[in-house]
Structure formats: C-alpha cells, structure tokens
Design a protein around this ligand. Sequence first.
Ligand code: PHE
Length: 501
Amino acid sequence: MDRLRKNEKRTLLVLKGISGKGSVDQIVEISGLAHSAVMRAALSLSKKKIVIINEQKQTYIELNSEGKSYARTELPERKLIMTLIQLGGKAPLDTIRENADLGEKAFRIGLGWLHQKNWVKEDEEKILRAINIPSKGIDEELISIIDEKDVVIVEDLKYDLHRAVLMLKRRKLLNVEEKVSRELELISTGWELLKKGLETSEEISKLTPELIRTRKWREIDLRRFDLVVPGPITYPGKIHPVKRIIQRIKEIFIEMGFTEIRGPIVETAFWNFDALFQPQDHPARDMQDTFYLKNPTHGKLPKEEILNAVGKTHENGWKTGSSGWGYKWSRREARSLVLRTHTTAATIRYLAKHKKPPRKVFSVDRVYRNEKLDYKHLAEFHQIEGIIMDKNVTLRDLMGTLKEFYMKLGLEKVQFWPSYFPYTEPSVQSTVYVPEHKTWVELCGMGMFRPEVLAPLGIKNPVLAWGGGLERLIMLELGVDDIRLLYKNDLNWIRRTPICQ
Ligand code: PHE
C-alpha cells in the first residue's frame, strides 16, 4: 500500500473522532481543511480501501419566474374555477374569460389544466359547469412550501409531494439542480490502521534547490500529486455575457473597417422620425410605441436650411422628385423630445454632418419603446446598426456586407426578403438559419436611404444601412428563451454561462 499523505491521515483521525462515519462537510468543518482537500483525501482513501464513500443524490428545487408569479397570485386554473363559481357554477367560456382578468396566454394555460384536473365539464355550446369546489391540490401545496423556503430538497419532502414535483416540473415552473452529498465511512482496514497508530511525520510538498543540492530529497517524505482527482469548481470574475457579445460585435464591425458612432438617447422627433421621412401621423410615433418626455417636452432643431428642406419634402417632395406625404408639416411636432426608438436617429445625425464619401460607421446602443414587458419584449433594449456611404455602392454590396457580418457571427445561411421601411428604398429583411434551433430567424432590416432622406441633408452619394435588435441575437447565441434573464443579474445563470459557447 502507498504511504498515507498528511491530509489522508488528518481525515482518518477526524473520522476516528466521530465514530468512523461523517459527511464531507462535517470533516471539512472539524479538520479545517479545504473542501477540495478532504475530497481528494477521501478519493484516495477509498481507492486504498480504507474508507468507503456513500453518495446520496439531493435534488434542489426552486420556483422559476413563472412559478414565483403563481405563488404571488394563484394558479390560473384556480382563478378560473373561482371565477366560474362566482358566476354561479355555470357560464359560457367567453364570460369566464371576460371575468377572470387573466392574460390570453394564462387563460389558455388555465383552461387546459381546468380540464386536465377534471374540475369542470364542458358541453357542446361551450358552457362550462363546475363539478365541485376543488380543494387545494398537492401542486398548489408544493408551490406555497417552496415559496416559503426558497429552496427545497426533494428527497426531504414527504412522499406524496413527490408527484407534485413532477407536475410542476412538467409545467416548467421549477429550476432543478442535482447535487450529490458524500459521506465517508471507515472500514475494517481503516480501523486496524488507526489502532496501529499513524505516524505523523511532516510531509514535504515543495522541492527546494537546497533539498536537491544536499541530496536530502532521497530521504524525505515527498508528497505525491494525483493529477486526475477533480478539483473544486471555481467562479472566476468574468465579463457579463451580454457585454461580451456586444464587444464581439463591435470587434466584427472594426475588423470590417467600420468606426463607432454614438448619438443622444433623448432625441428630437426631428432626428428620430422627420429626417427619416416618417410622416408626423405615422403610427410608430404614437404614444403607445414611443416614450415622449414630460419635462422638458421640446428641444432644439437644426439649422433653417435643413428644416426647410425636410419640411418641404414631407409636404410636397421638394426637389427630390417625390410627391411627399401631402400634409402640413409641423415644426413644433418635430421639436418633441422622445427617447430614441432606433439607432437610425444617431445614423442620420451623423450623415447630416458628414456628407462626403467614403463613410463606414456603426453603433451598438440603447433604444427605448413603450412595450409591455414579457419573455420577448423589453422597453429598453439595444440595436446594432451599420451604414456605408460611397460612390456607386448598390444593394448587392449591402447584401454581401451583411453576409460577411453574419458569417463572422457564425451564422452561415442567410436569406433576403423584400420589406418596407419609410426611409429606405429598396428595403430588405434578412433571415438567418440557426442550426441549433433548426429554424430561420429574422434579424436585421436594411435598405438604401431614399432621396427624400438624403437630398434635404445635401448628401449626393448612395447610403446603405442596416439595423436590428441585439437581444434576439444574444438569446440565440446563449440559448436563452426569456429576454428578461439577460438583465436580471441572476448570479447562477451568469456563472453557468460559459465564456466560450
Ligand atoms: N431602424 C430599423 C428598425 O428599427 C432598422 C433599419 C435600419 C432598417 C437601417 C433599414 C435601415 O428596425
């Protein structure tokens, strides 16, 4: 048998003191050794058949965000059945829908479970009848238990709740993590060894020049290393996954010869909309999509020459050859302050100041839209945007550039579709194939700026532009299906997300 190492001896002595049996955590605490040191000692002691390691699986569960929201309210099927009972125990589906005050998605989920749990009967006229007032189910019980304790170990739950764990797991309301707890147990060889007594001569773990020169290394007890024993998991500091992808995208633009630009977040409607030939009654300007500032409400407009040209272009096309939108353009409306809804505002501001080709610039920056927050939407998010202005550039150059851009992101198959933006003609939408998900996903919109956009700013060369949401790309890259996770600072998720995909 190999000689025992110092930590193995210490582990054995601790075990002896606790009648030959104890968990790794316990030994860590008594010995003062690091967890990894005890684990290493345990593994080699078990290899030498001095102890055995009993492993026990523990399943930790917690509610995910949907689960937590049900803990705060109640399960949608409970809400529906209570609504139905309030309505007299019998009501048409639509009436229940109206009275239940659930979102459409939650309503449908609730309805599914209502049937699955056999709480109602439905006839051909879509009239629902409550069968009884259902008592609290084990799934509801489990939700409250987890909600109270935050984290629960499944193996510690009483047996009839195990079925509830399966139900909630199937319903995707849980985060589940399995851990293994380990217990060491001395066996007869170990006891014999301890009876004989362990000599506790110091082990040497560092070979010094002194030891070599004096040839003392031949006599001493040099500690051996086992290089295949697993070490502890460490969580080194790292850059947030979103930030890392933003950096990568900026690098790609820079590799392709683009320079970064930025513009103000609080922007006038003029640069966000008017200069982009979006009429003042365009639905996107509506309060529902755009955040308007309360204080101050209005900002400054650029010089008269540009204003006049943009206004005339909206009204009758000015010198652009277009017939315009045919309405009376309002300067006051153009002065309204908004949170920019797209980075194209920064682009057009830049173009107004840099009229001479060639230009290749990009931005990756924040934009704001008055969206209801859900797994797909945020009110504050990012857009990527790039433009090229040069003599004789064409749509083909734009599609080629996009292909190269996507290729550098690891997206190889790209398709282009005709599309519409008020400021580009032609306009194109691009979709990319994501092999991991086996689907085509819409990413960037693009096009060539219209004369109605370029002429009022005095730009004489064609401008290619493309832009799109960043978060969607990040979600694909990281395999995230709820956009809110990106900004929740969920330490577990951040730690789990590897630096290299
Ligand atoms: N600004 C557009 C959007 O918000 C994208 C786009 C940029 C389209 C540039 C064409 C040209 O979706």
